[in-house]
Design a protein around this ligand. Structure first.
Ligand SMILES: [Zn+2]
Length: 146
C-alpha cells in the first residue's frame, strides 16, 4: 500500500497512512470500521476495505441461498424465517452503526454519494431509526420462532 495514497473507501478522504499495527481500525475522518486485505491484483499491495459495505454484500448470498434452499424444500418455514430474521437483525445493526458514526462525524454516504454536515446528519438519523426498527423486527421474529 502506498502510504501517501491511503484513501478511506467509505468517505473517500485521504488518510495519513494506516497508522495502526492492527489490520482493522476506524477511519480517522468518518469513524467507519475499515480493514486491510492483501490485493488480489498486485503483490505486496494492501487494499483498504469498508467493513460495513463488505458485511452488507456478504448478507446477500446468505439470504439468496436460504431462499433457494427453502424453495427447493431444503429448509423448513421456521428455519427460513430464522435466517430472514437474523439477516434483518444484522442489517439493522449495520445501519445503526453507520447512522451513529454519521451523527458523530457529520459524514455520510448514500450509494456512492458522500454527504457532509446537516444533510449527512439527517440521513444518519434516518439510518439509525430504520436500523433500530430492523433490529427490533429481527429480534422479535427470532423470539417468536424459538
Ligand atoms: Zn472514512
Amino acid at each position: 500500500m502506498n502510504e501517501r495514497q491511503a484513501k478511506c473507501p467509505f468517505c473517500r478522504q485521504f488518510m495519513t497512512g494506516w497508522r495502526s499495527r492492527y489490520p482493522a481500525k476506524a477511519c480517522d475522518q468518518c469513524d467507519r470500521p475499515l480493514f486491510l486485505m492483501p490485493s488480489i491484483f498486485k503483490r505486496d499491495h494492501l487494499a483498504i476495505l469498508s467493513a460495513l459495505d463488505i458485511a452488507k454484500v456478504l448478507m446477500l448470498p446468505i439470504v439468496t441461498g436460504a431462499t433457494i434452499s427453502f424453495g427447493l424444500g431444503g429448509l423448513t418455514p421456521s428455519e427460513f424465517a430464522a435466517v430472514v430474521a437474523s439477516a434483518l437483525l444484522m442489517w439493522g445493526l449495520i445501519d445503526v452503526w453507520d447512522g451513529t458514526a454519521g451523527l458523530k462525524t457529520g459524514i455520510d454516504r448514500v450509494k456512492k454519494q458522500v454527504q457532509k454536515g446537516g444533510k449527512a446528519r439527517k440521513t444518519s438519523v434516518a439510518k439509525t431509526i430504520f436500523g433500530f426498527s430492523s433490529v427490533l423486527l429481527g429480534a422479535l421474529g427470532l423470539l417468536l420462532i424459538i
